[in-house]
Design a protein around this ligand. Structure first.
Ligand code: TMP
Length: 308
């Protein structure tokens, strides 16, 4: 099945958990600095999930909201309908016992129903801005530092999310008050009419378990007006043979985010946010490094500074 996660292969880094992994990983797997910033040299990407990976799972004792969860449509009936779907499907999403094919169907169902309710119940871009300003959402400690280090190193970052691109970008604007030239959001994108009302979603739906299929879509060449692959576009980094990839996720399905990519080494960092006892072993098997308890991103910053 295309949804079976690809486990790290050819990865010279051993699997480490918590302290002490940096030097081992750094010794075995280097992310070389580009020879000329912005040139055609290998640029090894970082591919990061958004909800629960870049963002915190808990904020002051409350569950941090996702890009989907924070949205108030301005229509209480539809907000309640989407919340009811969340209460039904989220436990299924995080259940470690549902077989992957069955879970994939359930996730397709959830995303289809939610997107349908967003269109039917109406959403405006103004409602998105207001929702983000009132949301319980925060980046993990160290995320800004990570983006700054990666920007400085000219490392492309793909934020690859099954959430909503327009909301994620608004979260970047409002919570970070800045953009990063190397960061690109790949997620479900809304289409608004001239009055600023949501009328459709662009392209195929991305849900938590089909990121691997979309990773392949992203590998399609993107050419500039002269017919050359546009190496400045982070999407097109997926075209080239990469030496190394750093992947950050909170779901085993996130491992599929690097499927479009041909690479020699991948270091996959997993943030295990819930069902810790039941999911711990499968995360440890799937990811090279596993962080628990809403850990900060500082370990990843340190890892990057060792590797680049
Ligand atoms: P991710 O790819 O950024 O982790 O995002 C998807 C998250 O969004 C996933 O954990 C489930 C969540 N979600 C909601 O909170 N509400 C919804 O209506 C849907 C469809 C997903």
């Amino acid at each position: 099945s295309p949804c079976i996660p690809v486990l790290p292969s050819g990865n010279s880094a051993s699997r480490w958990w918590f302290d002490g992994f940096h030097e081992h990983v750094a010794g075995g797997c280097r992310l070389p600095r580009p020879k000329v910033a912005g040139g055609e040299e290998d640029r090894n990407p970082v591919i990061a999930d958004f909800d629960g990976t870049l963002t915190r799972y808990w904020i002051d004792g409350r569950r941090g909201q996702t890009s989907h969860g924070l949205l108030q449509q301005g229509n209480a009936e539809y907000d309640a309908k989407r919340q009811a779907l969340y209460e039904y499907y989220h436990p299924l999403e995080i259940s470690p016992t549902i077989p992957i094919e069955e879970k994939t169907k359930l996730m397709e169902e959830w995303w289809e129903k939610t997107h349908g309710l967003l269109i039917e119940g109406g959403v405006t871009y103004d409602a998105i801005k207001k929702s983000v300003s009132e949301a319980t959402i925060a980046f993990r400690d160290g995320v800004v530092e990570l983006f700054e280090v990666l920007e400085e190193l000219d490392v492309p970052v793909l934020v690859f999310s099954a959430g909503l691109a327009d909301i994620i970008e608004e979260v970047f604007r409002q919570k970070l008050h800045r953009s990063f030239k190397n960061v690109k959001v790949v997620s479900n994108r809304m289409v608004f009419d001239e009055k600023g009302c949501l009328v459709a979603f662009k392209g195929k739906t991305i849900h938590v378990l089909n990121k691997n299929e979309h990773a392949l879509d992203m590998a399609a060449p993107i050419h500039d007006k002269f017919g050359y692959p546009n190496v400045y576009n982070p999407d097109s980094v997926l075209m080239k043979q990469r030496t190394n990839v750093l992947l950050l996720g909170d779901h085993v399905g996130d491992l599929g985010m690097s499927d479009g990519l041909s690479y020699e080494n991948r270091i996959a960092v997993g943030f295990l946010n819930n069902n810790t006892e039941m999911s711990f072993k499968s995360y440890l098997d799937a990811f090279d490094v596993v962080y628990l308890n809403d850990a900060s991103m500082r370990g990843v910053v340190e890892l990057v500074s060792h590797l680049c």
